[in-house]
Design a binder for this molecule. Sequence first.
Ligand SMILES: *Cc1c(COP(=O)(O)O)cnc(C)c1O
Length: 485
Amino acid sequence: MGLVSRLAMADVRTTVNRSAATMCDEDGRSAAYRRLPSVSSIINDDRVRRASHLTAPVLVTLVQQELSALRHQIAQGSLTSAGNAVDSVINALERLDRPRLRPVINATGVIIHTNLGRSQVSNETAVAMAAAAGHAVALEIDPETNARGGRMEEISALLGLLTGAESTLVVNNCASAVLLVLSAVAANMEVVVSRGEAVEIGGGFRIPDVLRQSGARLVEVGTTNRTYIADYDEVSSERTAAFLKVHPSNFRVEGFTRSVATSELVGLGRTRSIPVLDDVGSGALLDTSAFGLAAEPTIGESIAAGASIVMASGDKLLGGPQAGLITGERRWIEKIARHPLARAVRADKTCLAGVAATLRHYVRGEAVTQIPVWKMIATPVASLEEASRAIMAALDSEGVPATSVGTESTIGGGSLPGARLPSVAICLESASHGATADELAHRLRTGDPSVFGRIEEDRLLLDLRTVEPGDLGALVAAVSGAWRL
Ligand SMILES: *Cc1c(COP(=O)(O)O)cnc(C)c1O
């Protein structure tokens, strides 16, 4: 169908819808419907022509969508008199030209912010990922021998140096790691889990549901707050495929509690030839207690304690791209890699290049100075105070009244619940502006660059711990722009 006839059809549809609606609507609405321009007149509007980079058929579809949204608003009685079809189309065209996934400034104070894409990777990692994406790489072929294979060799070697694990398989994320491991190790068998660890990790990921999906049967032992080694012992039989430990990442039970250490469970498992699978979640490779935080289980500790398989996320405390690490004994990793589901959840070359580049920072001992998550955790408050003084001076010279306040950042991403790091925030008092804190926050989110802060007691706080030092100038410009709007 040519463009002209498509346009004609579009106009017929517009007219039909309009007249159908008119019959049952009052005069005001029918007048509003009549004021809607035709598809062809919008497409031929000079402003639309200038703003559009779309192909002709895509532009027709977009205009039809906008007109139908306007008709819907008229039907709801929510279209203001200012509603203008050409303006709506121009807005839609501008939205299309602005990628949703462009960089934003995270001033929320949540270091691993799931809704802002979790960990930012290091510069070196980002470069490695872009290079792998834009070029052919020796993903599955050994340059030495020209033989096929070796997709996981580099990462296995790096993680082996860091944790002592024999072998590693990287998949899409930790959720798929757990599903794959249970499917390969325990389908049609029993998996023993403490009641305190049969947890929900986040929207749609509950350990009992994942176990069911894998075909394994969940055997819960102990109580919510206390589980003993004898509880595991009592239920183990020849039907038991594994003991599963799950780190309750996003909550903490305090008081009268007892859980079984991985090493103790490994001891029992060895006497009965039952492997221990350990979902440590955040995938820390550094000791968080060195930064004034609670200790988060590390992959290395779990391997040292004798877990057969450890599962972890790539984009939490590891500080890499989204990935799931399955690491541990070679015989298990080989069995898991052969399972049909492994192909369904496998990681792409970009992800693998990113995980390898991130691990390289750890083997060189430079994670704290190169990986954003650890840089943010390690930044001393004095540096944040210094940055805040520079920002206040710059804002002052722009005529923006702001104060600097002490605050607390969090780790986020379901890691270290309740942990707080002292921080410094720039505070915009909405009272001195006339806009509410919500309005200011909206302007900052929708500005360029987009800035996400947090609201506390009708004050907008921009927490400096999570802002990249290189973004401080852009932050000042965004704030003064939003203030003046
Ligand atoms: C976060 C988490 C997961 C899920 O990890 P994703 O990488 O988000 O899929 C699974 N288990 C634990 C213990 C976690 O903390």
